[in-house]
Design a protein around this ligand. Structure first.
Ligand code: 2Q2
Length: 322
């Protein structure tokens, strides 16, 4: 967070011999992986507008889409070091907070209602508390995501069709375990590198919700959306705890209020997006493939249970009991 005072060059100010404060007291550097077309970015812009208006310009928010501030893991590190302030992140936080792995467990949630009940209830509170405790990040808002599907250049209906498929996954250990168990060859990679890696055939496939498949133009380098729906999840907008607490309470409240507005706004955009995305991707030439999700779930289950430690397994069981 940079505190800047810029000396006004306005003549009047010079005459008065005073310094006019043109810059904000606090500047929040907010980096995320999606591009400017994605609804995460539109939500971030909403947050910026709210914060800047309601703080009377005392807080400025600078948004860096498309990993311009660094890849997801790097931005988290930067926030912890104090050289960045905010990001959008989810299951990658399992590298700090084991309970965040709940955001990556295959077929953990029956539907959107089940997910909402978990995230906005005690389970969500537990996950958020551990993120703050272990990663020093405060979750300000959460966004539901569409189910993650596998994209590829050959149809995949059954785990047997994976057959060593070179697949990019985000830096999430549970994703690596899951896809290895399913018979693919997963490689962790930053999101911004995926398009080129697909284009150059370094990797043959990737998995993400339809929203990022569209905004990142993966339809240009992938022919099929295989409806694996393997992970239904959500994502947090987080701020560094130290950065938040360095602000006076009235400005912290501005941040919390703007986050609430952003969350509601994003939920509207998400609902519209989900209606639109199927047809939009088909129009872009992608073919949709129905998948034997039972076969995927069954084959992944032993590896997932093996990968979860006691604390994670207890939380997973609590989710299933919900
Ligand atoms: O594939 C990705 O990179 C994105 O969907 C997200 O970054 C991913 O879900 C996790 O890294 C979120 O923490």
């Amino acid at each position: 967070m940079i505190k800047q005072l810029i000396t006004s060059t306005v003549l009047g100010a010079a005459i008065l011999g005073s310094q006019a404060t043109l810059a904000a007291d606090y500047t929040l550097q907010f980096g995320h992986l999606a591009n400017e077309q994605n609804i995460w970015h539109l939500a971030a812009v909403k947050f910026k507008e709210e914060v800047e208006a309601n703080s009377d310009g005392r807080i400025e928010v600078q948004i860096y889409p498309s990993e311009q501030l660094g890849a997801e893991m790097d931005v988290i590190n930067s926030i912890q070091l104090g050289t960045a302030d905010m990001t959008i992140t989810g299951e990658s936080l399992q590298n700090w907070a084991p309970k965040a792995a709940m955001m990556a467990v295959p077929y953990a949630f029956r539907d959107s209602e089940h997910l909402h009940a978990a995230v906005s209830g005690e389970i969500g509170d537990e996950i958020e508390a551990q993120i703050t405790e272990r990663a020093n990040l405060v979750p300000l808002a959460w966004f539901e995501r569409g189910p993650r599907h596998l994209t590829s250049n050959r149809p995949v209906r059954d785990p047997d069709d994976l057959d060593g498929l070179r697949l990019r996954v985000p830096n999430v250990p549970l994703f690596v375990d899951t896809w290895e168990a399913l018979g693919a060859r997963p490689t962790p990679m930053a999101f911004s590198e995926v398009f080129t890696a697909l284009q150059q055939n370094t990797i043959q496939a990737q998995e993400n919700p339809l929203s990022l498949i569209e905004s990142a133009s993966f339809y240009e380098v992938q022919d099929y959306v295989n409806f694996t729906g393997h992970v239904r999840s959500w994502i947090y907008v987080v701020i560094g705890k130290d950065q938040l607490e360095s602000m006076p309470e009235d400005l912290q409240q501005v941040i919390f209020d703007a986050a609430e507005t952003m969350q509601a706004y994003e939920a509207e955009l998400f609902a519209e997006d989900e209606q639109r995305l199927g047809q939009a991707l088909q129009e872009r030439g992608m073919e949709f493939v129905e998948v034997d999700t039972e076969a995927f779930a069954e084959k992944a289950r032993p590896a997932v249970l093996e990968a979860l430690n006691e604390e994670q397994r207890a939380l997973f069981e609590a989710i299933q009991d919900l």
